[in-house]
Design a binder for this molecule. Structure first.
Ligand SMILES: *Cc1c(COP(=O)(O)O)cnc(C)c1O
Length: 306
């Protein structure tokens, strides 16, 4: 679905990118890959509306709003007041006619529950998509992505020693770990946290992996999964949606040098984190894959600040 691209020798390693941002729907990204599977469920059922959750930066909400209006279904987005800076993604959510309900973050779950109850009372049939496309369906999307990585490796006689990407809800990460576990591959899959601290982030990823493997009736030991799950929280900077100088410098560099847009909420942080990780651990001469998880509209928010 995404496109593989050889970047060349950088950071003393052979760098490749998987351009999930080029997935051909609404500026692509990992949320497009996940949402495609959620909407396959929606298309099978008698749903007339979609309810989801996400901040004003959310790529997930942009895509879900787009896929909803394409089907003439009403889309409701519950959004935390705490991260409500107006972005190009917010603009798209509006443009796609989504109804955005802003509440303090601690009110989010009850607001979602109340809305679902209310819609059903009004004889509507809403489908709920967890924030970021979290859950087994989202995990499945990245198990499929892992298969695409394997296929690329087979066809190009290459093996990626390291895979880096931005990790948020952990679904992308969980899918890749499941893929690695199922195929029994020796490599390091490293998720760079964009907000969560290690303890919480790691637990959510592990729970997602366990849930997916159990659902598929695949036997595993928790220890074996823990050993291959690397979640790094050293480069979260100032927190979710907050840019810092190093990340902005990275975004400028990658755009100038490779013509590839990153953003300060997700991919810019991850790319910066990857650079720092490779340096710190003196990793050289390896095949390194960076998964560009999307977020192109956010690049333009950053561009305004350059
Ligand atoms: C949501 C998002 C992520 C994080 O993906 P998760 O599966 O939630 O961990 C990374 N990059 C971009 C651009 C995103 O929109």
């Amino acid at each position: 679905m995404g496109q593989f691209q050889k970047i060349g020798n950088d950071l003393n390693n052979k760098l490749f990118m998987l351009r999930e941002d080029l997935i051909p729907y609404s500026f692509g990204g990992n949320k497009a890959r996940k949402a495609k599977l959620f909407f396959e469920e929606i298309d099978k059922g008698e749903y007339d509306s979609v309810v989801t959750y996400g901040s004003s930066h959310s790529n997930h909400c942009r895509i879900v709003a787009n896929m909803s209006i394409a089907r003439n279904k009403k889309c409701y987005i519950i959004s935390p007041l705490e991260v409500s800076k107006f972005t190009f993604n917010s603009k798209f959510m509006e443009f796609f006619g989504a109804e955005i309900i802003q509440v303090p973050v601690e009110k989010v779950s009850e607001t979602i529950e109340n809305l679902l109850v209310e819609l059903r009372k009004n004889k509507m049939n809403p489908y709920f998509i967890p924030g970021g496309g979290h859950g087994d369906i989202g995990t499945e999307a990245y198990v499929q992505c892992y298969s695409e990585i394997k296929k690329y490796e087979r066809e190009n006689a290459i093996f990626f020693d390291y895979i880096f990407f931005a990790s948020g809800t952990g679904t992308t990460h969980a899918g890749l770990v499941c893929g690695q576990f199922i195929n029994n591959d020796e490599r390091k899959i490293i998720g760079l946290s964009i907000a969560r601290k290690r303890e919480k982030g790691q637990k959510v990823i592990l729970d997602s992996v366990y849930s997916y493997l159990k659902g598929k009736k695949i036997a595993f030991s928790e220890m074996d999964i823990q050993k291959i799950t690397y979640f790094i929280d050293e480069y979260v900077g100032l927190g979710y949606g907050k840019e810092n100088e190093e990340v902005l410098a990275t975004i400028k560099y990658v755009m100038k040098k490779y013509g590839i847009p990153l953003d300060s909420t997700y991919t810019g942080k991850a790319y910066y984190g990857m650079e720092q990780y490779l340096k710190k651990h003196q990793i050289q001469g390896k095949n390194v894959l960076f998964i560009h998880t999307g977020g192109t509209p956010l690049f333009f928010d950053d561009l305004k600040e350059f």
